[in-house]
Each structure stands twice: as structure tokens, then as C-alpha cells.
Design a protein around this ligand. Structure first.
Ligand SMILES: NC(=O)c1ccc[n+]([C@@H]2O[C@H](COP(=O)([O-])OP(=O)(O)OC[C@H]3O[C@@H](n4cnc5c(N)ncnc54)[C@H](O)[C@@H]3O)[C@@H](O)[C@H]2O)c1
Length: 351
């Protein structure tokens, strides 16, 4: 039985990954290490409560004693590092925590893996450290062209600078010590369980309440949208089949300007929920500092080498996503009210 250390597995992508893997592989075990910051939510994992293959540990990836203790106890085959401070706006306000979690936390995990997996001059066979990174490490694109794995790293925000630093440490551990690693760099994810500070759930939540929808700048910044389940599939494929030391870009060729997304959400909600929801709710606000204009991923390498392809078109994915948020109003209310913290106490602290 393979054992995974999944960090940040109570966050948006991490929780989707844990659910995806436990559904796909009956024979694995996942230790889910998450600090439960504002972005971590145990309610995302409600459907696997009681599943003995899932062991949740509340803790910090920067904590050497805790992480090395987990390596000793569980003898991990894989580390999949999702844990991060992930919101660009927050990084502009407070860069330090991004250095702590995203850089120092990653180095701590690498160091623990290096020590636990050492075998003579090399490493025990079959181990893999997978760093979940972002296309933002490449910087911004003009009107044309795509990021490939060899595009020079050129981050602009404190968030992307911290993710880039982490990627460099991952490669340094591979090049210096031979640690078996992969890095995946993906575009913007969307789907269930995303914290409502990010574009799609924020806009759905605001529109439902007839609140204004703040759109940065002229709304023409372009992002390449990836349905979260397609991303989970890619991570699984890279963990289990990626060539050692390689970077894989993951993207769906689903480029859309932000304002297109916002208008699509409004028209869908107007149809499904309330015809008075319309574009008068849009409010253009001052642009984000250093706002990258366009991201676009070339996923040819992961397609050619591993046969990955995105199964969900944007049209289908956005429909599914909106339906999910409409069907899970309680989740949204609890996340925005902070009530899920009470849930955590009830589930774990008061026992
Ligand atoms: N969401 C996207 O569109 C996107 C795109 C590209 C890359 N990524 C990367 O994917 C990963 C997951 O993103 P997400 O959107 O799910 O993020 P998220 O903010 O929803 O979740 C992050 C999780 O990490 C946990 N965490 C934070 N600091 C921690 C620490 N010090 N120790 C342990 N756990 C900690 C949080 O509690 C939370 O559960 C991140 O590494 C992010 O950089 C995300």
C-alpha cells in the first residue's frame, strides 16, 4: 500500500485531490497535513469522515519535529506539496508569511524527505516529492505565445516570487542530492470548495446577494482556466509516471478575459436563480499592483509524455461549478461566517 503525505489537503485543490485519489485508488493511505489557516476547511473533507485511509493532522509544514516525526511514523512514498499561502492580494499586503510557508515550509519538507528517504549514497527506490507550483512563476505574456517548461522564470508578485523560490529549492535538492522530484505548474483552477476570495466563487457569492462585483482594471486580464479535477488527474499522472527531475506545465487552453468570466457567471445566475441579476452589478475598480496581463500554458509535454488532457471544457466546467455553489449554500455561508472553525473544534479539539 502506497502512503502519500499530502500537505494543504484541506484547501481548495488539496481537498479535491484527496477526494479524487481515495476514490480512484482503494489501496492507498493519505496523511493530510494542514495548518488550517483561513483557507483550510475540514468541511471540504466531510464525505470521507471515518475513512481509515485518510489521516488528518493539523500542523505547519515549517515544523521540523512534526514533519520528521510523520516521516518516521508513516514511511511516505510520495510527498505532494499543496500547502501554501495562495492569494496574490494578500501577498502584496503581507509578503513575510509567503516566505515562511511557501519557501521555508517547502525547504523543511525537502529536508525531511531527504533525510527519511536516504539509502547509502542515494535514495530508497520509488519515492517522489511533487511540488505543486503555478504558471505565475513565468511572469506575464503579451497578446500571443504560451509558457513552456523552458520559459525563463520571471515572477512579479510576492506570491509568485515565493513560489519561484520554492521551485528553485526543489530543483536544487534534485541537482545537489539527487532527490527524486517533479514540479507541476498549472494555470488558474476553478471548481468546488474554492475559498470565496478567488474570482469565480467571489463573483458567484456577490451576485447571489446582489452585491457589486469588483473587477480589476479594464477586466481584460487573461487567465487560462483549468477545472480542478483535470488538475488532480495531472498531479496523479506526474506523481506516478513523470520523469525524475522534470517540470510539467498543466493547462487547458481555456483562456478567457476576467470580464468574460464575470459576465458568464451573471448570465448563468440570471437564468438559473434570479432574472434581476445582471451586468449593472459590475464595478470596475483600481487595478491590482503589478497585475500580470496574460497567462497561457502550453501543456504539450504532459500530453506527449503522460497522455494527459483536460476532460472538462470551460463551458461544462463553469456550469458544474456554478451548480455546485448553488447547491452548497450552507458551505459558502459557513466559510464566509467563519463557522467552520467551530466545526473544527467540535470534530477535533473537544474530543
Ligand atoms: N488555486 C489556483 O488556481 C492555483 C493555481 C496554480 C497553483 N496553485 C497552487 O496550488 C496549491 C494549492 O492551492 P489552493 O488554491 O488549493 O490554495 P488554498 O489557499 O485554497 O489552500 C492552501 C492550504 O494550505 C494550508 N496551509 C497554508 N499554510 C500552511 C502551512 N504553513 N502548513 C500547512 N498547511 C498550510 C491552508 O490551511 C489551506 O488548506 C498552492 O501551492 C498554490 O500555490 C493554485
Amino acid at each position: 500500500m502506497k502512503t502519500y503525505l499530502v500537505t494543504g489537503g484541506a484547501g481548495f485543490i488539496g481537498s479535491n485531490f484527496v477526494l479524487y485519489m481515495l476514490k480512484k485508488y482503494p489501496e492507498i493511505r493519505i496523511v493530510n497535513l494542514d495548518k488550517l489557516t483561513y483557507a483550510g476547511n475540514l468541511e471540504n473533507l466531510k464525505s470521507i469522515e471515518g475513512d481509515e485511509r485518510h489521516i488528518f493532522v493539523q500542523g505547519d509544514i515549517c515544523d521540523r519535529e512534526l514533519v520528521s516525526g510523520l516521516f518516521e511514523k508513516y514511511d511516505f512514498d510520495f510527498v505532494i506539496n499543496f500547502a501554501a499561502e495562495s492569494h496574490v492580494d494578500r501577498s502584496i499586503k503581507n509578503p513575510e508569511i509567503f516566505v515562511e510557508t511557501n519557501v521555508e515550509g517547502t525547504v523543511n519538507l525537502l529536508q525531511c524527505a531527504k533525510l527519511a528517504w536516504a539509502d547509502g549514497d542515494g535514495f530508497v527506490a520509488g519515492k517522489k516529492f511533487l511540488q505543486v507550483s503555478t504558471d505565475e512563476v513565468y511572469g506575464s505574456l503579451g497578446e500571443t505565445g504560451y509558457f513552456t517548461e523552458t520559459t525563463p522564470l520571471c515572477p512579479h508578485s510576492p506570491y509568485s516570487a515565493s513560489k519561484t523560490s520554492a521551485d528553485l529549492f526543489v530543483m536544487a535538492f534534485h541537482d545537489t542530492y539527487g532527490l527524486p522530484v517533479n514540479i507541476t505548474r498549472c494555470s488558474n483552477n476553478y471548481g468546488p470548495y474554492q475559498f470565496p476570495e478567488k474570482l469565480i466563487p467571489l463573483m458567484i457569492n456577490n451576485a447571489k446577494q446582489h452585491k457589486q462585483l469588483p473587477v480589476y482594471g479594464d477586466g481584460m486580464n487573461v487567465r487560462d482556466w483549468l477545472y480542478v479535477e483535470d488538475h488532480c488527474k495531472a498531479i496523479d499522472m506526474v506523481a506516478n509516471g513523470g520523469r525524475d527531475g522534470e517540470v510539467y506545465n498543466v493547462g487547458g487552453h481555456n483562456e478567457r478575459p476576467n470580464i468574460f468570466i464575470v459576465k458568464k457567471i451573471l448570465s448563468t445566475l440570471s437564468e438559473k436563480l434570479d432574472p434581476t441579476i445582471d451586468e449593472t452589478l459590475i464595478k470596475y475598480v483600481e487595478d491590482r499592483k503589478g497585475h500580470d496581463r496574460r497567462y497561457g500554458i502550453d501543456p504539450q509535454k504532459i500530453k506527449d509524455e503522460l497522455g494527459w488532457y483536460p476532460e472538462t471544457t470551460f463551458e461544462v466546467g463553469i456550469e458544474k461549478t456554478i451548480d455546485w455553489y448553488l447547491a452548497n449554500t450552507e458551505w459558502m455561508e459557513r466559510v464566509t461566517s467563519g463557522a467552520y472553525l467551530e466545526y473544527y473544534k467540535e470534530m477535533y479539539q473537544n474530543r
